[in-house]
Write a protein of this length. Structure first.
Length: 321
């Protein structure tokens, strides 16, 4: 078949227009967020509180997004390794991370690997106070007993913690400045930290109640003080730090964060879905099982101010006693 030059130009123009239309259609499809699964990075090992939150949120959010939320555990560096993975990913909304107070505390130290301005919090999902626990049969019946001995014998009593530079460390550093000086014994593995007071390797444990719930329910350990401005409803007989004269109340929080610069449309969609997740009865039950504050959830519009305030308090507590 013989085709004139005009026919070739007409056919080429038609193909170009069709190709352009297909490109526009593809871009329009991508504009509907999410168009593919959203990776949830957990900067800690499987089984811990951060991992449990990621899987619970994923389970409830997947049908709302219409996409999968695969959980990827990247432990190491008190959360730093997982955060590095998040910050190396494109700021497109398809990578998120569980961000907790102990990782946030790294920003209060020297030469942090990232800045608060590098992340965009989508929501705070859990807030839970920390406690000082002792074994059920401990000679310390009350906080007053523990406080008295710690003041009389500085740096003798041992308290099991997550590690130096953590929220645990900051809180105990504050107490040391008030005369309650103890020896901090770091345990990187949660299971070893929990049982340290049961085996006599430590006199007390700094921890959140939800993480040791089985030991509390099993009458193996009990709290003697809660870090907070008021007593916690689940333990009404346990005094809080503020009423005892200690103005330190850093909660253990767990948030969902993305890279700064994530498109507004993606952030808005994630913010909306996380709000719906937090409002479900299943998630409310999850908070109850974690012995967390039932009013834990904060939307994106309030989350950055919360993180800024937490960092301010952490930096104040990080100063030497």
């Amino acid at each position: 078949m013989n085709l004139s030059r005009r026919h070739f130009l007409y056919a080429g123009g038609t193909i170009a227009v069709a190709g352009s239309s297909l490109c526009r259609a593809a871009l329009a499809a991508d504009d509907k967020f999410p168009a593919r699964p959203i990776e949830m990075i957990v900067p800690w090992g499987p089984g811990g509180g951060a991992d449990q939150l990621a899987r619970q949120v994923g389970k409830l959010a997947e049908p709302m997004f219409g996409q999968g939320i695969p959980v990827v555990n990247v432990p190491g560096g008190t959360g730093g390794t997982g955060m590095a993975k998040l910050l190396a990913a494109p700021a497109d909304g398809y990578s998120a991370a569980i961000y907790i107070a102990d990782a946030h505390a790294l920003l209060a130290g020297t030469n942090p690997r990232w800045k608060l301005s590098d992340i965009a919090p989508a929501a705070v999902m859990i807030q839970a106070p920390s406690f000082i626990f002792v074994a059920q049969d401990s000679r310390f019946k009350t906080w007053a007993d523990f406080e008295k001995e710690a003041k009389a014998n500085p740096n003798k009593l041992k308290v099991a913690t997550l590690g130096f530079g953590s929220v645990d460390d900051f809180s105990l550093n504050y107490l040391a400045g008030k005369g309650v000086s103890v020896i901090q014994v770091p345990f990187s593995k949660p299971s070893e930290r929990y049982i340290s007071i049961l085996g006599g390797h430590a006199d007390a444990l700094y921890e959140q109640a939800g993480d040791v719930r089985s030991f509390i329910d099993g009458k193996q350990m009990r709290p003697i003080m809660v870090f907070g401005k008021e007593r916690f409803p689940d333990f009404k007989d346990v005094p809080c730090s503020y009423e005892l004269g200690y103005q330190v109340a850093l909660p253990q929080f767990r948030a969902v964060v993305l890279r700064a610069g994530t498109p507004t449309a993606a952030m808005s969609q994630i913010d909306s879905v996380l709000g719906k997740v937090a409002a479900t009865e299943e998630y409310k039950k999850f908070l109850g099982d974690q012995i967390a504050d039932p009013k834990s959830y904060l939307p994106a519009s309030q989350s950055m101010a919360f993180l800024e305030q937490q960092l301010k308090e952490m930096k104040a507590l990080a100063k030497p006693a």
